[in-house]
Design a protein around this ligand. Structure first.
Ligand SMILES: Nc1ncnc2c1ncn2[C@@H]1O[C@H](COP(=O)(O)OP(=O)(O)OP(=O)(O)O)[C@@H](O)[C@H]1O
Length: 700
């Protein structure tokens, strides 16, 4: 249930708010009259905004603009909906927004927009020290005597009768304590003029020339109050960040930059705020890219709630979806057919792989398919000579020259069979997009490219994004964590021609996981080395600060599969203690086959299920179900991992390829575990059937 309770209660509350505002508006009008030199227009606007004090808003009037000798800021209002820097306009001509320009009576008024934006930036800088993100600070022009509600970039343009409705309708961002703290800070930063005395204590109302004339329509305000109550509450991180996070989101970088840090340390949060900051500063488009397909939908949804004003300026997409759309736009036909490409690989394996020396290293064709996609094509290698000497970052199994030659033969066979079928794989899409982009740059270019989960990209993918963003100031931001790599790629940024010297930042405070959950997850990978774009890390032990909150790890050791599944269903039902309770749960599995099994199991048990591929971040009262890989970047209050240990090897004395596979399996499990905020349910089968199942898996 959203803020505000039932529909009836919300309606009552909206009505009460509207009536209280109307009552206050009379007093406010009197009060605003004492504002020196108050022209009627300013008085009405001040009165309108002052009445909002009834709903927890504060108003600063006629303040000095720090850094300027004589300029003033008409008003700043701070309330549950955020901070608004206000310029009041008394224009006879009707203000118009046409083609991104503000005009009145055929006169260009863009200079005034620029000035208001500059004042807003000053306010942003001031409150950044408190951790308030720029997304909560907005420029607002109020036009006395006109009716208007529109936007010009990030500037909101409102007629004075529309101002109250618009502010009341804003989703709730700041608590009363935050409103007090931010107001106190701004009062100091934007000092009052000596001559301005505005006592905010309401006085008993006296007769006035506006007797009987309402400053706004009660019904409209009631409607606006209702709108605000219907918005999903704005989460704290969408408005307030740690001061280090705000600094990163606002930093000026002279070239490509990188943000890293262990799981749950707010990397994506900074990336989203950075996108909003860049959108506020410029007019160009911003591309926010990840590797996983459904994550862009979730991130786009979060961004719309956080900084809706810029939603149409930031494109959220997966790398492959972007590359396919780009090629289609350029008229380049790349027939992506995964199944037919996979079939070509199977045949290539049968003809030149399965009886070759590759099986000495790993008899599993999957290993070699990955070698082709992540190493050979993933790095855009074009000759055996290159492949002979290339460093295979991210792959721990050493290959002798003879093995490399055999792998290259397999690659050539695969390419021939794929070509015969006239189909392409994912790597071809990226290679074609890179070639196309090298011929002709993107038009219009992106002002900035932000890449999340960079550790999962191949070198070709990163080269593509670098070509798209260029190496100009604030152009390319790479966000990621090598410890969470769930694909066997690997590269150094230098290989992609990207230099980030002096432009790297590491986040260290985990905001997501309860301590016990994070500890359990960290223990799993603490001995595993990992590769982190600018160099290897000898083990997985990392220093992380915790923001302690309650939570637990629940280990369930079942006698057999049926017992295990029954206990899973019971645990889910036990936690589902009210409407909407399923929305915060996720069951994450190791394979698509397991997903099918658990979909059936949960549905039969009467538990609503939503597959992660259909999830866009909006609350749905259903348990989310997906693979570990699909859960990347997401988080849930309760996470259930059935048969979580079935892929983990019992012994550490394994061949190199097995060790590599085991490390990857641990990293994937680590990612799944760190999706849990409050409860991590770890299911395993310890009876003979469980062991048999594990052994069976290992022998495959
Ligand atoms: N300043 C903050 N205050 C409160 N909560 C925060 C803050 N920053 C981040 N969070 C919370 O931490 C969670 C994790 O953040 P985020 O998803 O950005 O981390 P991440 O480093 O990208 O994680 P991962 O690498 O595991 O995907 C967010 O969903 C948010 O709830």
């Amino acid at each position: 249930m959203g803020a505000g309770g039932s529909a009836g209660a919300r309606g009552r509350r909206a009505r009460e708010d509207a009536l209280e505002l109307a009552r206050r508006s009379r007093e406010a009008y009197e009060l605003a009259g004492r504002f020196e030199a108050a022209a009627e227009a300013e008085r009405r606007v001040a009165a309108t905004l002052l009445s909002l004090t009834a709903l927890g808003w504060r108003l600063l009037v006629d303040r000095r603009w720090p850094g300027s000798r004589s300029a003033n800021v008409d008003m700043i209002t701070v309330g549950p909906g955020g901070v608004f820097v206000i310029d009041v306009k008394r224009w006879r001509d009707v203000p118009r927004v046409d083609d991104g320009r503000l005009t009145a009576g055929a006169q260009d008024r863009d200079g005034e927009v620029r000035k208001l934006l500059a004042m807003t930036r000053t306010a942003e800088e001031q409150v950044a020290a408190l951790g308030l993100s720029p997304v909560a600070v907005r420029p607002l022009m109020v036009f006395a005597g006109h009716r208007l509600d529109t936007e010009l970039g990030r500037v909101r343009l409102l007629g004075d009768p529309d101002a109250v409705n618009a502010l009341v309708a804003e989703p709730k961002r700041l608590t009363p304590a935050m409103v007090r703290a931010v107001t106190a800070h701004l009062e100091e930063a934007f000092p009052a003029y000596e001559t301005t005395v505005l006592d905010e204590r309401p006085r008993a109302s006296t007769s006035s020339d506006t007797e009987g004339e309402a400053l706004f329509a009660v019904e409209e305000v009631e409607q606006a109050a209702m709108e605000s109550l219907l918005h999903a509450p704005i989460e704290q991180w969408m408005t307030f960040l740690h001061a280090d996070q705000v600094a990163l989101a606002r930093r000026d970088w002279s070239g490509p930059a990188r943000i890293s840090g262990p799981a749950g340390t707010g990397k994506t949060v900074v990336g989203l705020h950075r996108a909003a900051h860049l959108a506020a500063r410029g007019t160009g488009r911003i591309l926010y890219v990840t590797y996983v397909n459904n994550l862009p939908r979730v991130q786009g949804q979060l961004f719309r709630r956080m900084a809706g004003t810029f939603a149409d300026r930031v494109e959220f997409t997966s790398l492959h979806a972007w590359a396919q759309a780009f090629l289609a736009d350029r008229g380049v036909h790349v027939p992506l057919k995964r199944d037919r490409a996979a079939d070509a690989f199977s045949r290539a394996w049968v003809s030149v792989g399965r009886d070759s020396l590759l099986t000495e290293i790993d008899p599993n064709p999957g290993y070699w398919e990955e070698e082709i996609h992540y190493v050979i094509k993933g790095r855009g290698l074009s000759s055996l000579d290159e492949y002979r000497s290339v460093a295979r970052y991210g792959r721990r199994t050493a290959l002798q020259t003879a093995h490399r030659e055999a792998a290259w033969l397999l690659y050539e066979e695969y390419e021939m069979l794929r070509g015969e079928r006239g189909v392409c794989d994912f790597s071809d899409v990226l290679l074609a997009a890179l070639a196309e982009l090298s011929e002709r740059p993107a038009d219009p270019p992106y002002a900035a490219v932000i890449v999340d989960e960079i550790q999962d990209l191949t070198l070709t993918g990163v080269r593509l994004l670098n070509a798209l963003a260029g190496d100009g100031p604030n152009g390319l931001l790479l966000i990621g964590d090598g410890q969470q790599a769930v694909y066997p790629g690997g590269f150094r940024l230098g290989e992609a021609g990207i230099g980030i010297k002096g432009r790297g930042a590491v986040l260290r405070t985990n905001y997501r996981n309860a301590a016990e959950i994070l500890q359990t997850a960290m223990e799993l990978v603490s001995d595993d080395p990992f590769d982190d774009l600018d160099g290897p890390s000898p083990n997985g032990r990392r220093s992380v600060d915790l923001t302690y909150h309650d939570g637990r790890v629940l280990r369930v050791e079942a006698a057999d599969g049926a017992d295990h599944d029954q206990r899973l269903v019971e645990a889910i039902k036990e936690l589902a203690d009210g409407p909407g309770a399923f929305a915060d749960m996720a069951v994450l599995c190791r394979s698509l086959k397991e997903i099918g099994d658990y979909h059936r199991l949960l549905t039969r048990a009467g538990i609503p299920v939503l597959r992660l591929e259909n999830y866009d971040g909006r609350p749905v009262d259903a348990v989310k179900l997906g693979t570990y890989r699909r859960a990347k970047g997401l988080e849930f209050k309760y996470v259930f991992l059935p048969h979580h240990d079935a892929d983990l090897p019992a012994s550490t004395k394994e061949a190199a390829a097995d060790q590599e596979r085991a490390e990857l399996a641990r990293r994937q499990l680590f990612v799944a575990m760190t999706r849990a905020r409050d409860l991590l349910w770890l299911g395993s089968v310890t009876g003979t059937s469980g062991r048999a199942r594990r052994e069976d898996r290992r022998s495959r």
